[in-house]
Write a new protein. Structure first.
Length: 127
């Protein structure tokens, strides 16, 4: 029974975490767009995000602890890049999977709130 459980569990976890990573990427872009509404100085912000995602090319475990915690829980590049791979390898605990789902939902709600806030402060450039 245990092998049947693990047969379907790993692909489902990976699929959920890949979707979760896409939600986190969406959240970053929503935040950049909202900042673009509030200010015109947003050109370099998306490049900061792109450079930060390059840190996800290597496993998060390579970095020492202050950086590892920063890119996993503050700037969730580790959740986006490392968690699906760790789930595929079977080394990611279920608690971290549930945490990452809760984190991305919370992050999405915060970014949508900030988007609505930015829209309420919008002033047309032509008027």
């Amino acid at each position: 029974m245990n092998s049947a459980n693990s047969t379907w569990r790993k692909p489902v976890e990976v699929l959920i975490l890949v979707i979760n990573a896409l939600v986190i990427a969406l959240v970053f872009h929503i935040l950049v767009l909202a900042i673009g509404i509030l200010t015109t100085e947003v050109d370099n912000l998306i490049w900061v995000y792109r450079d930060a995602t390059n840190m996800g090319r290597v496993p998060v475990d390579v970095y020492r602890e202050p950086v590892r915690g920063l890119i996993t829980f503050i700037i969730p590049i580790g959740i986006m890049m490392s968690f699906p791979v760790k789930a595929l390898l079977g080394v990611l605990p279920l608690g971290l999977i549930l945490f990452s789902i809760g984190f991305s939902i919370s992050f999405l709600l915060i970014s949508l709130w900030f988007w609505r806030f930015a829209l309420s402060r919008y002033a047309s450039a032509s008027s």
